[in-house]
Write a protein that binds this ligand. Structure first.
Ligand SMILES: C[S@@+](CC[C@H](N)C(=O)[O-])C[C@H]1O[C@@H](n2cnc3c(N)ncnc32)[C@H](O)[C@@H]1O
Length: 273
């Protein structure tokens, strides 16, 4: 078991964090806003030169969306299964200027050669907090358009509270992460970046608000793509959990369809002072 106190500070990278999650990721996660690449290109003055480094790229969803705005894109992630998925998707999408590096962010530069960069120091855009709504138990936040929203949607919203309760029945009340527990997430990125010589963050919103349809398979994939309910955590009971989850979802929507309104993406952009 892990650190026991449930705090972020004592949690260390753990190979099993997303174990088994990669193959569910693209199906399970909500898509980023359609305007992501255009808004970022405009905000950062991207012109096809330079190199993108996507740290914590997972299956490369963001790097693949942005690769055409750079000479080359490098996706970095410590999870080899995620990178295999990224390479597969790059092939499917015909993206030829992306490479994938199996490393933790803490190991950078890790042999990555320096480019003659026109933006020395680089730029660090992060999606959040609405961007984080793509994965977890937060369809409610993703809906976020007032109390009558559900009545306007073609299908019911996913029953997030019941799904969390089911997960807790299997895994206990703590939020699991790899072999440990992580009940909090780090915050204060702005002070970290400022201490490293970056200007205060600029926030740029990429509007979304599309209503998407989610099947039971999509919602099962979302669960298994998420570190607090990654398949490895259930051990021998993973099939039992999946069957219970499918029953719960079928009960919540007889058509087997759910509606989710996609959140705007909020980008935090730090640039060198
Ligand atoms: C929630 S996923 C996000 C994937 C992708 N950026 C996206 O938006 O779809 C987080 C990813 O960060 C990776 N990760 C976690 N800790 C990391 C670290 N210390 N260094 C680099 N990547 C890390 C995980 O392996 C996982 O693939």
């Amino acid at each position: 078991m892990g650190d026991g106190d449930g705090g972020w500070e004592s949690w260390k990278w753990d190979e099993s964090l997303f174990a088994g999650a990669a193959r569910y990721y693209v199906q399970g996660r909500l898509p980023y806003a359609e305007g992501l690449a255009d808004v970022l290109a405009e905000a950062l003055g991207l012109d096809g030169r330079g190199r993108l480094l996507d740290v914590g790229c997972g299956p490369g969803v963001v790097a693949l969306r942005l690769a055409h705005l750079f000479e080359e894109a490098v996706g970095l992630d410590p999870d080899a299964d995620m990178l295999a998925e990224a390479a597969r998707l790059a092939g499917d999408q015909g993206v030829t200027n992306a490479t994938w590096v199996c490393l933790r962010a803490e190991e950078l530069p890790g042999g990555l050669r320096q480019l003659p960069d026109r933006h020395p120091g680089g730029l660090v855009p992060l999606a959040g907090p609405a961007g984080r709504g793509r994965g977890g138990e937060d369809h409610a936040r993703a809906r976020g358009r007032g109390g009558d929203e559900a009545a306007e949607l073609p299908y019911p919203p996913p029953p997030d509270d019941a799904i969390v309760a089911l997960r807790r029945r299997y895994l206990g009340p703590d939020t699991r992460a790899g072999q440990g527990i992580r009940n909090t997430s780090p915050s204060g990125e702005d002070s970290v970046f400022r201490a490293a010589g970056f200007a205060p963050a600029r926030r740029v919103i990429v509007p979304d608000g599309r209503i998407v349809e989610r099947s039971i398979d999509d919602l099962v994939a979302m669960r298994f793509s998420s570190s607090p309910s990654a398949p490895h955590l259930f051990g021998g009971r993973v099939a039992e959990f999946e069957a219970d989850l499918r029953r719960l979802l079928a009960g919540a929507s007889p058509s087997g369809r759910f509606s989710v309104r996609l959140p705007d993406n909020i980008l935090s952009i730090w640039q060198p002072r």
